[in-house]
Ligand binder design. Structure first.
Ligand SMILES: Nc1ncnc2c1ncn2[C@@H]1O[C@H](COP(=O)(O)OP(=O)(O)OP(=O)(O)O)[C@@H](O)[C@H]1O
Ligand SMILES: [Mg+2]
Length: 223
């Protein structure tokens, strides 16, 4: 299993009032699976992605990703786990402002030192997502969709065990959106990454994909 959640709950407290974003989600996703998470706005999709991405901790329940019980790890161990195993394409967890596109793609590798050829590979991947002419742009000098594409190039370079994408095509036109999905599919098919993608764009669902529907913090459909 790439992901196993058991009775996962997340309650935020805002101004002393509890907001139950996840109300007991149990879910198993097989290695090399491709999963769509769908559901209405505010239903808990991004919350689930944050927990799966080791960016936040559940209020109760357990979550295992790539064989690791995330609730048992220290903050430092979680950071290392994220760096080693996960790819992210999130709107709110994106790029570092004072780095250009190439450097942003390389960020996850800085901690361990860049292997030879990495920089060239980063540039090649930025070319594949249509940003060959934007290599030295910083995030503020890129459109929202271009920033998403830098995040995708970064995820592709990392070769993660699990790629988490939260509305990856939300800010893209339909042609660029289709290209992004094609890249994510190739990461899945050619390199065996498991993928979980939150999207309203259900036309990209293919036979064999999992579809998980969340409403009001609960799984209502799991196929
Ligand atoms: N940091 C937070 N603090 C307090 N409440 C939060 C926080 N993050 C999310 N929530 C609340 O938790 C619920 C679930 O939010 P979440 O972001 O997971 O929804 P979503 O399904 O991703 O929605 P959307 O499709 O609009 O992105 C919402 O009611 C939201 O207001
Ligand atoms: Mg969301």
């Amino acid at each position: 299993m790439i992901l196993r959640a058991t009775d996962l709950k997340k309650t935020y407290t805002i101004g002393g009032r509890p907001v139950e974003a996840l109300r007991g989600v149990s879910l198993e996703l097989a290695d090399r699976s491709f999963t769509f998470v769908v559901g209405p706005s505010g239903s808990g999709k991004s919350t689930l992605m944050h927990l799966a991405g080791a960016l936040d901790r559940p209020t109760s329940g357990t979550i295992e990703v790539a064989g690791k019980d995330l609730t048992a790890l220290t903050d430092d161990q979680l950071s290392e786990f994220r760096r080693e195993k996960l790819g992210f394409v999130f709107q709110a967890f994106n790029l570092i402002g004072n780095l250009d596109a190439v450097e942003n793609v390389l960020v996850p590798f800085y901690a361990k030192g860049l292997a030879p050829g990495m920089r060239a590979k980063a540039k090649e991947l930025l070319g594949r997502v249509g940003l060959a002419e934007r290599l030295d742009h910083r995030p503020k000098q890129l459109s929202g969709g271009e920033q998403q594409r830098v995040a995708i190039a970064r995820a592709l370079l990392k070769d993660p065990a699990l790629l988490l994408a939260d509305e990856p095509t939300g800010e893209l036109d339909s042609k660029t959106g289709a290209e992004i999905f094609a890249l994510v599919r190739s990461l899945h098919r050619e390199r065996g990454a498991s993928v979980v993608v939150v999207t309203h764009d259900t036309r990209f669902i293919e036979p064999g994909d999992r579809v998980v529907r969340i409403e009001d913090g609960k799984l209502v459909e799991n196929s």
